[in-house]
Design a protein around this ligand. Sequence first.
Ligand code: KIV
Ligand code: ZN
Length: 392
Amino acid sequence: MTPTADNRVWIFDTTLRDGEQALRASLSKKQKIQLADAISRLGVDVMELGFPASSPGDFSAVAEIAQTIKGPVMCGLARAIPDDIRACGEALKGAERARIHTFIASSPLHLQYKLRKSLQQATEQAEASIRLARQYTDDVEFSCEDAGRTPIDDLCYMVERAIAAGATTINIPDTVGYTVPTEFAHIITALKERVNNIDQARLSVHCHNDLGLAVANSLAAIEAGARQVECTVNGIGERAGNCALEEIAMILNTRADTLPWHTGIQGHEIYRTSQVVSQVCNMPIQANKAIVGSNAFAHSSGIHQDGVLKAQNTYEIMRPESIGMRANCFNLTSRSGKHVIKHRLHELGYRDQDYDLNEVYSSFLELADKKGQVFDYDLEALVFAQSLQAQD
Ligand code: KIV
Ligand code: ZN
């Protein structure tokens, strides 16, 4: 599909804010700078650096990153209260391009129990905050927290007023990961149809992963007209996390044959950034995590290994190199076939005449049945043992 400007989806990375918020221990300024540097090289459009009003340490980290990292729009989060907005505006002063992201809840549950306010009062507070934020920057994002559980009439009301007050991006969070894709897409469609001034703002989504649907919901929202997706590297974030940046980017990249939308993400930076985020945040990546898990490009069964050796795309829909990973790998287990053993020995420098493949393979199977996984040094020992036998 040919990329067009209309089909360009902005990637708003919130690893340093929503992601960091979910860690057992918050990050130091130095760690945040290290992550910001890696994430900016990914080619994200906006980076949410933190929540400046939350602590002096976060204010200072946001201020330093905003001043030093160039490229993406630098964004800070602020509740819809004047002190938060001012702190955010001050922290972002040194940025080339600054965005203030302010939010207030819109769902009946949050309004009644958390804020003890009516929808109208919350909307008025949002309007005042957006106007104040516009005194610092003309790039203001507004989020209706818990939009996923907000009646559509209430959501349309708040969104229309937020845009009229000066919000240039409207973000629709599925704060508790409650919606399913068809439902979330309907919310976006309804906003596009019913909010009179909707074209004056970029429509964004922010999906949590409580039911494992964050990526699916984000994709459904893009299909319905959202043009910014908020996400985090490795999907880290509150509770079960956020939409995973690498997944949404690689879906659009890999399925460009049928999906017309595209991002500015530099695929070859994905693996490196994922590793840095995992290490710095002390958040291991599950082995079977899509795109970046250690098993994502590993092949175990003999049938699969044989297929990949014959033509990589038999069992790989993406190349490991496309995310900056050096190569795929073959797990050597009793499910592996002769073909992959020969291939591995060749990679280790053995020539066909150095060993008898049938014999090495049968001792490999014996060992694999006992050990579970066979490593390169085991294979070498088998070849060595066989050569000793041949000399006797
Ligand atoms: O999940 C959420 O609703 C948020 C907002 C602050 C955007 O993180
Ligand atoms: Zn969130």
